[in-house]
Design a protein around this ligand. Structure first.
Ligand code: ADP
Ligand code: MG
Length: 226
């Protein structure tokens, strides 16, 4: 069953076309890797799917709902209730500690503070971040911030996790560990994972790979690679 889908999505930034009729359907529980050259529209597509950007034309469907027709507040509610999003460079809230950043989605979902903190704390162990709970984002390395952002994306057990280059700042061993976690989120929790990566080694963990080129999505066939 398709859980999230882009149909003929078009979006430009001023004169720069980013998406030129992108089509993509993601199945529930699937781990999908989006590959493609730099500047091809991967991040823009992820932002459209997640309701962060609204396409100029085309449609975004999530679970029978038209995401692109929701207003600002409807889209932010959808993101809070159903999605996790891991930005390319983490984008942690700088005023909050790492642990408060991870607990935030739970608090926004009405989880009591003590339970949210306990749940957040468990993710630090899982991601090899023990001891960093009280640090602020300025006191974390790029790779540490990226893992904190991943914990924040997963903590509320979203229906769909979007992750933009989640292993980009990680050494290869830590990257493998993060991918194992995403695989188990998909396999054990049934989380749909849509990730952007330029690393074939990372994409190899996915159930399926697609390539974005010039703002369109191609399935990974010999024709698309040629
Ligand atoms: P990718 O993630 O594949 O590297 P992006 O989706 O970030 O590509 O970008 C697609 C195109 O849109 C590029 O030409 C990029 O320069 C442009 N672009 C992306 N974001 C912005 C923005 N905020 N303002 C202006 N141009 C943008
Ligand atoms: Mg990008």
């Amino acid at each position: 069953m398709t859980v999230i889908e882009a149909r003929q999505v078009v979006l430009s930034f001023g004169e720069t076309p980013a998406l030129r009729g992108a089509d993509l359907a993601v199945a529930e529980g699937e781990l999908l890797a989006i590959m493609g050259p730099s500047g091809s529209g991967k991040s823009t597509l992820l932002h459209c799917l997640a309701g962060i950007l609204v396409p100029e034309s085309g449609e975004i469907h999530f679970d029978g709902r038209r995401v692109d027709r929701l207003g600002e507040s409807g889209r932010s509610r959808l993101r809070r209730d159903e999605f996790g999003f891991v930005f390319q460079f983490g984008q942690l809230v700088p005023e909050l500690t790492a642990q408060e950043n991870v607990a935030l989605p739970l608090l926004l979902n009405g989880v009591r503070r003590a339970a949210a903190v306990a749940e957040a704390r468990a993710w630090f162990g899982r991601l090899g971040l023990d001891g960093l709970q009280e640090r602020r984002s300025g006191e974390l390395s790029g790779g540490q911030a990226q893992r904190v952002a991943l914990a924040r994306g997963l903590v509320a057990r979203p229906r769909v996790l979007f992750a933009d280059e989640p292993t980009g700042a990680l050494d290869s061993l830590t990257g493998e560990h993060v991918m194992d976690l995403l695989v188990s989120a998909a396999r054990q929790e049934g989380t749909t994972v849509v990730l952007v990566t330029h690393e074939p080694r990372v994409a190899a963990y996915a159930d399926r790979e697609v390539i974005v080129r010039d703002g369109k999505v191609h399935s990974l066939t010999a024709e698309a690679i040629a």
